[in-house]
Design a protein around this ligand. Structure first.
Ligand SMILES: [Zn+2]
Length: 216
């Protein structure tokens, strides 16, 4: 196969891939490999990985990581496919969806809540638990809070085509709290607006007031 043919084959293959195929190609978490790496870390920080108390730690950490990045292998949008055309045309607000994620810069947890508001188009709504599952799937992977916020908003747009979506995420980051960069309890807030909530200032303040209500 010459270089050009090879490149065209690769490009065609890339174009043909669906997100599901990409997910299927992700390697499953290699538990023994993670465990070996954790043992290396223990040695590198001057610990004795064979002392009592640490013996099982590499295997335990490996299983914990498998759980923490579980969402990498899930199609987050799959939760939003079951759409009902029974809603009205009022803003729907889901507040306080708990989330647990892992910052990709330090591989330390960040935790908090997501609030989602959307304005249905043609009555298209989705079960509240499905929004929570979507948040969870995007959170259970190496993340940054800004991208997590955008991904939730974009998934809502893709599957519900609502007139507007706003997502607010408030999290505390262990990497900030533990390293003394921020005061204890300092939380970070990220916001993503889509559709009418982005373009219409009056609607945006209405939705932000709804998302703020009872918060903090
Ligand atoms: Zn971090």
């Amino acid at each position: 196969m010459d270089v050009l043919t090879f490149m065209m084959t690769v490009m065609n293959e890339m174009a043909a891939r669906t997100s599901n195929q990409r997910i299927a190609e992700l390697p499953v978490v290699d538990l023994p490999r993670v465990a070996r790496a954790v043992r290396e870390i223990l040695l590198a920080i001057g610990e004795d990985p064979d002392r009592e108390g640490l013996e099982e730690t590499p295997a335990r950490v490996a299983r914990a990581y498998r759980e923490l990045v579980r969402g990498s292998r899930e199609d987050a949008g799959s939760h939003l496919r079951k759409v009902f055309a029974e809603g009205g045309d009022e803003i729907v607000v889901v507040r306080g969806i708990e989330l647990y994620s892992l910052c990709e810069h330090h591989m330390l947890p960040f935790t908090g809540v997501a609030h989602v508001a959307y304005l249905p188009a043609d009555g298209r709504v989705v079960g509240l638990s499905k929004i929570a599952r979507t948040v969870d799937t995007f959170a259970r992977r190496l993340q940054v809070q800004e991208r997590l916020t955008r991904q939730i908003a974009d998934a809502m747009v893709e599957h519900l085509s609502p007139r507007g979506v706003s997502v607010v995420v408030e999290c505390e980051h262990a990497c900030m709290r533990m390293r003394g960069v921020a005061k204890h309890g300092a939380s970070m807030t990220t916001v993503a607006h889509r559709g009418a909530f982005g373009g219409d200032a009056a609607l945006r303040s209405e939705v932000m007031a709804l998302l703020d209500r009872g918060g903090r």
